[in-house]
Design a protein. Structure first.
Length: 74
């Protein structure tokens, strides 16, 4: 099965450390900023992904942008 990531760090590169996915053993720590980008496969149509940016705080995750977390069919 291919390695699938659902998030990556935000920094100077396109997909910065940490890469978070099925085979990742990285633990999120306070101060990390990640781009959470789950994807869904729509048979016969393609792949759709949402990418929102979050920061790990002492109290949980804080969303840093205002885009929705849902996929809407048009």
């Amino acid at each position: 099965m291919p390695s699938v990531s659902v998030a990556h760090g935000v920094g100077l590169d396109i997909d910065d450390w940490p890469v978070i996915g099925r085979k990742s053993d990285t633990r999120l720590r306070e101060g990390m900023t990640i781009a959470l980008e789950p994807k869904i496969v729509i048979p016969g149509k393609g792949v759709v992904g949402i990418e929102n940016t979050w920061m790990v705080t002492a109290h949980g995750m804080e969303k840093l942008n205002r885009f929705p977390d849902a996929i809407f069919e048009c």
